[in-house]
Ligand binder design. Structure first.
Ligand code: SF4
Length: 442
């Protein structure tokens, strides 16, 4: 059994070994421990138990229809007022053009426009569904849902009814920030508080809509506030089981002057690991590369995360706050990041059904172990890791969380097959997404 020099982390290790649930004191111990490597090993063991060596991602496109917003959250560099130089509104035609690639998910979030009627937000979904009927739509945060209900003077259920009729199939986890009235008073006092956020997600879950959850960390919150946030999410998940994924969002300081720099990579990894262990009822922990940066996100795949989000296409919100990550990723680059982390990539849809599996690209050892071999060029051979041909396994009907069980046996076998030995009768996915990247930096 794992042993730690930190007695508080040792208590966490002992509790997990005994199958006991972690409490607030354990959460704090994980955020405060000096044994960050020990914490990572513990979270990684939990990740392995749930999804083995697999890491999922989705071919997706982010649509931020407008940055004009009635609110003025202090931490937000994205929002604008009508007439500002950087204010924008995407036309329905522009949205149509942006989602016509071969993607599986469209993620829609943005500002709450001063002049747009609710019908305009519904039309956004109509257009997406019409332009790409096979892409699943994950749309509008709880903050936007609450705004629509007030705008139309209708109930949250009625808002969902209209959006679902237009194609909404899942709901993103944004707008949660930190479940703390103290932080709300400092950073986003006009925005809905945690009670309303949780209420709206509960309504969504009751309707059968799956949702995600987030935590915005690395600004003025305390570790206690982070832990309480996780516990409130865990409580709702106990009640409804409707959350699919938890996404810790590293605060991007941008021009806000709230903190001088982004949380360190160690702080990011600690947060990923503590979340994996506290949220024992969440199927997935996501390393959102847009906020973490590709390198830290790749490391997080050994610290408890089992998902990298997706190709994104063009991210505007974090990049308005000077995020240094690329605005979008190619499939090749995501596959390579996952393989470099010693993991096996699988492609999923918005609801975490496994769509494709990437067979081993014809090498036996990790590239880093082959450096110095006679006659080899280790940098050149890294290219093999970017072979992004995927086998079509959607017909197996396997969820990402089934990959380690009996239902995932066939898919596991295909993932272990060297790419040049895949039986002829297996179907390949029709090429990977066309390069969806608008401004690829690396
Ligand atoms: S964080 Fe969201 S709600 Fe707040 S100002 Fe920015 S876009 Fe508007």
């Amino acid at each position: 059994m794992q042993v730690s020099a930190d007695p508080r982390l040792q208590r966490v290790i002992d509790k997990l070994a005994a199958g006991e649930r972690l409490d607030e004191a354990d959460g704090l111990a994980m955020f405060e421990t000096h044994d960050v490597v020990g914490l990572g090993r513990l979270a990684n063991a939990e990740k392995e138990r749930r999804t083995g060596p697999f890491v999922a991602f989705v071919l997706n496109r982010q649509i931020n229809p407008t940055n004009v917003c009635v609110l003025s959250c202090r931490f937000c560099d994205f929002a604008a007022k009508v007439g500002d130089d950087h204010a924008y509104e995407l036309s329905l035609q522009q949205i149509r053009e942006r989602v016509s690639e071969p993607i599986r998910e469209v993620h829609v979030v943005g500002g709450m426009h001063t002049d747009w009627p609710f019908e305009r937000y519904v039309e956004v979904l109509d257009v997406i569904r019409d332009a790409n009927p096979t892409a699943q739509i994950k749309a509008y945060t709880a903050v936007e849902i609450d705004f629509f209900a007030h705008l139309e003077k209708i109930s949250v259920d009625e808002v969902f009814e209209r959006l679902e009729a237009a194609g909404m199939q899942a709901m993103p986890g944004g707008g949660a920030e930190v479940f703390s009235e103290r932080i709300r008073g400092i950073m986003y006092k006009e925005k809905i508080g945690h009670e309303r956020w949780l209420e709206i997600h509960e309504i969504a879950h009751r309707r059968g809509l799956r949702t995600n959850a987030t935590l915005l960390y690395g600004h003025v919150e305390t570790y206690e506030e982070r832990v309480r946030h996780l516990l409130m999410l865990r409580d709702l998940q106990d009640k409804t089981g409707g959350f699919l994924s938890f996404i810790p969002l590293a605060f991007q300081p941008g021009y806000t002057n709230i903190v001088s720099r982004q949380a360190s990579a160690i702080e990011d990894l600690r947060t990923i690991a503590a979340s994996r262990l506290m949220l024992d009822n969440f199927p997935h922990i996501k390393a959102y590369w847009v906020m973490l940066g590709a390198e830290t996100a790749s490391m997080a795949l050994q610290w408890g995360a089992d998902d990298l989000d997706g190709t994104i296409g063009e991210e505007l919100i974090a990049h308005a706050a000077l995020a240094s990550s690329p605005a979008g990723m190619t499939t090749h680059k995501l596959v390579k990041l996952i393989r470099e982390a010693g993991r096996l990539p699988v492609q999923r849809d918005a609801l975490y059904n496994v769509v494709g599996v990437y067979p081993a690209p014809g090498y036996e050892t990790h590239w880093s172990q082959r450096q110095g071999g006679e006659g080899t060029d280790p940098v050149a051979t890294r290219g093999e890791m970017a072979d992004a041909r995927a086998l079509d396994v959607e017909h197996h009907g396997v969820h990402t969380w089934d990959l380690v069980g009996d239902d995932g046996r066939e898919v596991r076998k295909l993932a272990a097959t060297p790419i040049d030995q895949v039986p002829e009768e297996e179907r390949w996915l029709p090429s990977t997404a066309a390069e969806p990247v608008v401004r690829e930096l690396a």
